[in-house]
Ligand binder design. Structure first.
Ligand SMILES: [Zn+2]
Length: 450
């Protein structure tokens, strides 16, 4: 029987349920060493952070009069991390019939034009963040639009919810409509002002965000690199090697460089805190260069399938000889779902089409600790280690009649059993499976059905 619990915010509290998180990477170590599964567990939260994690029987005597929210029978995992998404595209999902370059021109650019209006931008940002929380996503790396107003609106909305979010102003100075173009100099100055205003404020961080090499001059890419040099801990967030025609176009635009990644590399943008969305068309050599630079890739399967871009080579990215950090991205609005569960579902199918297997634990790792590592935030979020920020979610393995039919007996005690139940949640679950979302230990979303 599932019970709903009112938030006892902002008081310290403990959360009882089946705890599932990662202490290591299941792509590289056996799953029983990577997964931490506590069937009857307790997560103790103090001042918004994890104070202790362990078995209920061990920790409950230490609680004193601390209130306990009881989610027995439910699965508690770290909040999902979306490593690539565009908030201005929330209202243009499911735009019919085009591949990348035509899709940008026909649908995306006209939509993003509206984000010069701060009121519109704030309305969409509020909707977008509510949708993230409903889907169990607690951190995201987010494209805003080219207008500084769009970044202010997003960060104001994120700050109001105390969310750990990363975003930045799109930089683009060519091959786009005039109404969306900045210049190398103006994009540098506007980004700089936004960095000074927002980077490191509360839980917010800034990403320098050239859209992709086709819409930035070399001077603009170099201006982006200058910002990365000037401020510590900034991110670089852009697109890379998504579509065959795009890769050919980049070669035409930058004939002096040795391919798509090399354009970013030679302009100073391939670094430890660089996150590149897609990488569907990367060569083996490019994967190796990303590994060497400790840069990250965002695997966006629903988008790659929707735009017909291709099948990401997860096994090549996670190759032990030259590992690349990888997270999952929804890439809304080319992506077709806000749900990281549905994104994992499509990631599994992409792997299947390539003759590979993506286990439930590997997929959940990509959506949690893997995403945190891709964003260099594993010291703050991604699992239940004491000291981490207490962003976590409650998943209901019986959320729908069909899931209840599939999972009739409640959560398994053994790892093999819970792997099967988790897999059913990834394949059949979506926002309906998210019972509750907690931010810094406080209830931020609760399913209306409970
Ligand atoms: Zn994108």
């Amino acid at each position: 029987m599932i019970q709903a619990f009112p938030p006892s915010s902002p008081a310290d509290q403990a959360i009882r349920g089946a705890l599932l998180d990662f202490v290591d990477d299941p792509f590289y170590v056996p799953q029983d060493q990577a997964v931490r599964y506590i069937p009857d567990g307790l997560l103790v939260i103090r001042e918004g952070h994890v104070a202790a994690v362990g078995a209920y029987a061990d920790l409950s005597p230490t609680l004193g009069d601390m209130p306990v929210a009881d989610y027995t029978g439910q699965l508690i995992t770290p909040g999902f991390i979306d490593t690539h998404i565009h908030y201005p595209q929330t209202g243009m999902m499911a735009a019919y019939g085009e591949q990348l370059l035509e899709w940008l021109e026909r649908y995306t650019f006209p939509t993003e034009r509206q984000f010069k209006d701060p009121t519109h931008a704030r309305q969409v940002a509020d909707f977008f963040l509510a949708e993230l929380l409903k889907n169990g996503t607690t951190t995201a790396l987010v494209f805003a639009a080219v207008f500084p107003e769009s970044v202010d609106a997003f960060f104001e909305a994120a700050a109001a919810r105390n969310l750990r979010m990363i975003s930045g102003k799109v930089m683009m100075d060519r091959n786009a409509p005039d109404y969306l173009c900045d210049t190398a100099q103006s994009s540098y100055e506007q980004s700089r002002a936004l960095i000074q205003k927002w980077h490191g404020q509360g839980r917010l961080l800034y990403a320098v965000t050239p859209r992709f090499a086709a819409t930035s001059s070399e001077a603009q890419l170099k201006a982006a690199a200058r910002l990365l040099d000037e401020f510590p801990d900034l991110y670089l967030h852009t697109h890379l090697s998504e579509n065959v025609n795009e890769v050919a176009w980049i070669q035409d635009l930058f004939p002096q460089y040795q391919g798509y990644l090399d354009v970013y590399d030679q302009t100073g943008l391939v670094r430890q805190r660089s996150v590149f969305a897609h990488g569907v068309q990367l060569s083996d050599q490019e994967f190796q260069r990303l590994s060497q630079a400790k840069a990250a890739l965002s695997f966006c399967p629903t988008s790659n399938l929707f735009l017909g871009s291709g099948l990401f080579r997860i096994e090549q990215a996670k190759n032990k000889a030259h590992p690349v950090k990888v997270g999952l991205g929804t890439d809304v609005g080319a992506g077709t779902s806000f749900s990281l569960l549905q994104t994992a579902n499509e990631a599994y199918k992409v792997a299947q089409l390539r003759g590979q297997k993506l286990s439930a634990f590997k997929a959940l790792f990509l959506a949690t600790l893997g995403g945190a590592k891709a964003l260099c935030l594993e010291d703050k979020i991604g699992n239940f280690d004491p000291g981490k920020e207490a962003d976590f979610i409650v998943l209901n393995p019986q959320a729908t009649p069909l899931l209840a039919l599939r999972n009739p007996t409640g959560l398994a005690h053994r790892l093999e059993g819970v792997a099967e139940q988790l897999f059913s949640l990834l394949i059949m679950g979506d926002d309906r499976a998210v019972q509750a979302t907690y931010i810094m230990g406080e209830l931020a979303y609760s399913s209306p059905s409970t």
